[in-house]
Design a protein around this ligand. Structure first.
Ligand code: ADP
Ligand code: ZN
Length: 431
C-alpha cells in the first residue's frame, strides 16, 4: 500500500526529469532571493543558466552548517516573512542551533512525506499513534503530528517526559503505533515491564524510531521487548524534519523522498562526489522547499545510497542505516569508531542490558575508551569472579571487532541515565 503511488513508484528516469525541472526552478529562486548564496555562486562565476543537467549540480558550492550559522537567523530565507507560517530549529546537538522556516506549502509537503512514511510502515487511518517525540522547536513532535493528521490516523500528542504516565496512556488509549527515539522506546519498554504490563497485552504493533543513530541489534532488542516491528525514520531540521527518508517493511535502507530532494554522497575530506553505493557524507538539495531551500547541504551524516530496485515496489533510492554523523565519530588512537558500532557489538552479548555509555579520555597522549554497560538483573547477583569473566568476554569481543583496546565497567542495573529524547552516550573527559 502506498500513500502516493504516482511519485513513490515512478520510473527513475521519469523522476530525474522532474528533479531537473524542480531543481532549476529552485536554483533560480535561490539565486534571486538569497543573497549569501548568490554571492557564493558569483565567486565561482556561476549563474543559474549554467546548470542544465543533474550532473551540473556538482559545479555548485556546498551549503555547510557554518554558512547557516553565519546567516542566523533568517538570512537564508527565500520568501518574505508574511509567507512563513512556522519556525523550527535544530536540537543544537553540535553548537548553536540553526533556524528554519516553512511556508504553508512546505508544511503540506512535509506532512505528505510523513504520511508516506507511516503508510510504508503499514499504519492506517484506524491506528492510534502515541507520539513521544518532543513538541516544540525540535521538528520531531510537530512533524510526526501533522503527518499523522494528514494520514487520518488518531494522534496522541504526548511529547516527552513523565515516562510512567506515558506507559499508562499508551495502554489505556490502546495505541497501536509508537513514535519516538529508539533510546526512549527502550526506556518505555523497561518502564512497562516494571509496571507489570506484558507486550502481549498491549495493542502496539509497530514503532517509527529515529532522530538518533541506532544499530540493527538495537532494533531486535526493541522488537523483542515491545513485541512490535521497529522501523527507522530519518530527518533533520535543515532538510525539513522527520520523514525525509523512511525505511519500508523490507528493512533494507530508507527510501528518500526523491521528488522533494536530490541526494549525493561525497568524500567528507575532499568534497568530491562519490559513486552511489560508496560510503560517504550525504548531501541534500531541496526541490520543492519555498521558505528555506537548500542547495548541496552537507548533513555531516555518513551513509551510502542503494539504487537497486526495492521489493516493496518503490523506486526512490535508499539510504543505508546511518551509523552516525561525522562529529560523533570517535578517533581512538587513530582508529575511527562510531558509537553505534559499539552498540551493535554490545547488544549481541548475553548478560547485559542495552544501556551503555562511552567515556573517552586522554591519558598523556593516548586516547582511552571506557565502555560502561549495565549487567542484567540476574547476573548482577553473581560472584565477582563470574562478573570479571563477563567483563573480559565483552572486552575481547569489542577489541576484536573494533581493533582498539577498551576498558569495560560493568554497572548495576538501572544506573545509567535513561534518555527521553536523543540519547547522550558519549562523555568526554580531559585529564
Ligand atoms: P541536531 O542536528 O541539532 O541534532 P536535528 O534534530 O535536526 O538537530 O537532528 C538531525 C540529526 O539527527 C541528523 O543529522 C542525524 O545525525 C540524526 N538522525 C536523525 N534521524 C536519524 C536516524 N534515523 N538515524 C541516525 N541518525 C539520525
Ligand atoms: Zn522499499
Amino acid at each position: 500500500m502506498y500513500w502516493n503511488e504516482y511519485y513513490e513508484c515512478m520510473d527513475h528516469n521519469e523522476l530525474e526529469k522532474i528533479q531537473l525541472e524542480r531543481f532549476k526552478a529552485t536554483l533560480e529562486r535561490v539565486y534571486h532571493n538569497v543573497k549569501p548564496y548568490r554571492e557564493l555562486m558569483q565567486k565561482e562565476n556561476l549563474r543559474p543558466e549554467d546548470i542544465n543537467t543533474l550532473k551540473d549540480l556538482e559545479k555548485l558550492p556546498f551549503m555547510k552548517k557554518q554558512f547557516l550559522r553565519d546567516n542566523y537567523p533568517y538570512g537564508l530565507f527565500a520568501t518574505p516573512m508574511e509567507e512563513v507560517v512556522r519556525i523550527h530549529s535544530s536540537s543544537g546537538t553540535s553548537g548553536k542551533p540553526t533556524v528554519v522556516g516553512y511556508t504553508r506549502n512546505d508544511i503540506n509537503n512535509w506532512s505528505e512525506m510523513v504520511a508516506r512514511s507511516f503508510t510504508m510502515a503499514g499504519v492506517q487511518k484506524h491506528d492510534i499513534i502515541h507520539n513521544s517525540y518532543g513538541y516544540g522547536l525540535f521538528t520531531g513532535g510537530m512533524g510526526i503530528h501533522y503527518g499523522a493528521e494528514k494520514l487520518g490516523a488518531s494522534i496522541v500528542p504526548v511529547s516527552g517526559g513523565n515516562t510512567k504516565r506515558q506507559v499508562m496512556l499508551m495502554n489505556d488509549y490502546q495505541c497501536s503505533v509508537l513514535a519516538c527515539t529508539p533510546s526512549y522506546a527502550l526506556y518505555l519498554a523497561e518502564e512497562m515491564k516494571n509496571e507489570g504490563y506484558k507486550p502481549e497485552d498491549s495493542k502496539l504493533k509497530c514503532g517509527i524510531f529515529g532522530a538518533e543513530p541506532w544499530s540493527e541489534n538495537m532494533r531486535s532488542e526493541i522488537e523483542a521487548k515491545l513485541g512490535i516491528t521497529a522501523l527507522d525514520i530519518y530527518g533533520m531540521s535543515e532538510l525539513m524534519g522527520p520523514g525525509v527518508a523512511m525505511e519500508c517493511k523490507q528493512k533494507n535502507g530508507l527510501h528518500v523522498a526523491e521528488d522533494h530532494f536530490i541526494i549525493e554522497t561525497i568524500d567528507p575530506k575532499t568534497g568530491e562526489v562519490l559513486p552511489y553505493g560508496e560510503e560517504g557524507e550525504i548531501v541534500f538539495t531541496s526541490l520543492t522547499k519555498e521558505a528555506f531551500p537548500i542547495i548541496r547541504y552537507r548533513t555531516g551524516d555518513i551513509s551510502r545510497i542503494y539504487t537497486e530496485k526495492c521489493a516493496c515496489g518503490r523506486t526512490h533510492y535508499r539510504l543505508a542505516r546511518i551509523e552516525g554523523r561525522s562529529d560523533d565519530m570517535l578517533i581512538i588512537r587513530g582508529v575511527n569508531v562510531y558509537p553505534s558500532q559499539i552498540e551493535h557489538e554490545l547488544l549481541s552479548l548475553d548478560g547485559i542490558e542495552p544501556h551503555y555509555q562511552l567515556v573517552v579520555s586522554k591519558q598523556g597522549v593516548l586516547d582511552t575508551l571506557e565502555v560502561q554497560v549495565e549487567v542484567s538483573r540476574k547476573i548482577a547477583a553473581y560472584a565477582a569472579s563470574s562478573l570479571s569473566s563477563l567483563s573480559n568476554h565483552i572486552r575481547k569481543k569489542l577489541e576484536s571487532s573494533l581493533g582498539i583496546s577498551v576498558f569495560i565497567t560493568l554497572m548495576e542495573p538501572g544506573t545509567i541515565a535513561r534518555s527521553e529524547g536523543k540519547a547522550n552516550r558519549i562523555i568526554k573527559k580531559v585529564s
